[in-house]
Design a protein around this ligand. Structure first.
Ligand SMILES: C[S@@+](CC[C@H](N)C(=O)[O-])C[C@H]1O[C@@H](n2cnc3c(N)ncnc32)[C@H](O)[C@@H]1O
Length: 393
């Protein structure tokens, strides 16, 4: 049996533990940010979330096991709060399947992005993707709540976050809106941060970012090799910056009608062997590089079928498909068997990207720069021989 004082002590110690863990991690954080993580509680924003249970999710919270819940909340993990639009606090206590549509991001990733955002007292900040409200609380701590605007498309998420922020005495502008359009009436912003991913930085964010302002934006790739771009708005209206070292696969920014599901055609096609195994795309450094060589419509699926790694690449744009079955250990080598159909051999594109990656000495994502206007957004890498390679986003 624990009393309120004991509960407070337990939660505070857990929060201290998280701040120490962040300090020990690879990211060098400012004093203000460490103070933010010490002073802003996470548990207030995630009383209930979905825990993975094999292939399903189960809503779970403080009432189930206060000690285990405290440990989970102050671990460096993301916590799924919404599945297919159903909030964990509204879900029945049973196993569910679905696609996560909102989560509280892993604290070390939040810390890395906040550090890159370089928020000062009085910075005018726009956050796209309020979610639980925890990041909005940290932004309010750093900038002052009157300077923060946070938007999410879900009314349920917005009203929960607004109430929880207010309980902590924080009143940022919290509104239900499509973040792709920003928040024109509150612009200009000195800092814009998205916690959902986009293919390209939306034009409204350029327009609403003040010259000299900073945007930290997760960019979604074709192969789940997502990246976070840090851009500074230049006086001519364009923006330039680089890719952060942190790999990140954020939920997509949903704007407009939902895309229809695209199923690849049933099996069949030309068969060949490849020296490359499909699991090469599990290497996040390579998948980041490889996606630059694919059409933006390419989707990747993978599964383990009877212990064998099976990768499917499909481009609904022209119907091309490649199915890549890794050779089993002890089989004919470390490569794979590839079956392709449609006008393009999608696996050949990966093979060419892999050759280029090796030729360039396996470049890491943080070695890439990005330059962007609302119309043209380009990644560039300067090779050791001085040649600059460019890819359009
Ligand atoms: C990873 S969660 C955000 C985490 C949040 N910052 C936190 O601290 O809990 C991504 C969020 O983006 C939101 N989202 C998706 N599309 C959006 C859009 N067009 N405009 C605003 N928010 C959007 C989702 O509803 C979801 O809550």
């Amino acid at each position: 049996m624990t009393g309120p004082a004991e509960d407070r002590r337990r939660l505070f110690e857990a929060r201290m533990g998280l701040a120490r863990q962040l300090e020990r991690g690879g990211v060098v954080l400012s004093g203000a940010l460490i103070e933010g993580f010490l002073n802003v509680p996470r548990h207030v924003f995630v009383p209930r979330f979905f825990r993975r249970d094999g292939t399903t999710f189960r809503p779970w919270g403080m009432d189930d096991d206060p000690d285990a819940w405290t440990t989970a909340v102050y671990q460096d993990d993301s916590l799924i709060t919404e599945l297919d639009g159903v909030h964990a606090e509204d879900a029945e206590a049973r196993a569910m399947t679905g696609v996560p549509t909102s989560s509280s991001t892993a604290p070390s990733l939040m810390a890395d992005m906040l550090d890159a955002l370089d928020v000062r007292k009085g910075s005018r900040v726009l956050e796209i993707g309020t979610g639980s409200g925890y990041n909005a609380a940290l932004l309010s701590w750093l900038a002052g709540d009157a300077h923060v605007t946070t938007v999410d498309t879900s009314e349920r998420l917005i009203s929960l976050a607004r109430a929880r922020l207010a309980d902590l005495g924080l009143r940022p502008e919290t509104r239900r809106a499509d973040g792709a359009a920003g928040a024109a009436d509150r612009a200009p912003f000195d800092r814009i941060v998205a916690t959902c991913s986009v293919r390209r930085v939306p034009a409204a964010w350029f327009e609403q970012c003040a010259p000299g302002g900073v945007m930290v934006v997760p960019i979604r790739g074709a192969l789940a090799g997502g990246m976070i771009a840090r851009l500074t708005k230049l006086p001519d209206g364009s923006a330039a910056g680089h890719v952060l070292h942190t790999p990140a696969a954020f939920m997509p920014l949903l704007s407009g009608p939902p895309p229809g599901a695209v199923a690849p055609p049933s099996e069949g096609g030309a068969r060949r062997d490849s020296e490359l195994s499909g699991s090469v795309l599990d290497n996040w450094t390579f998948s980041f590089f490889a996606q630059l060589h694919m059409t933006s419509t390419t989707v990747r699926a993978y599964e383990n079928r009877d212990g064998a790694h099976l990768t499917t690449l499909h481009d609904p744009g022209d119907g091309s498909t490649a199915r890549v079955a890794d050779h089993r250990p002890g089989g004919p080598g470390s490569g794979s068997t590839v079956v392709t159909s449609g006008p393009r051999d999608l696996w050949a594109e990966i093979e060419r990207a892999h050759d280029a990656w090796l030729r360039l000495n396996r470049p890491r994502r943080e070695w890439f720069t990005i330059s962007a206007t609302p119309r043209e957004q380009t990644l560039a890498f300067r090779a050791p021989d001085g040649r600059v390679h460019r890819w359009a986003l």
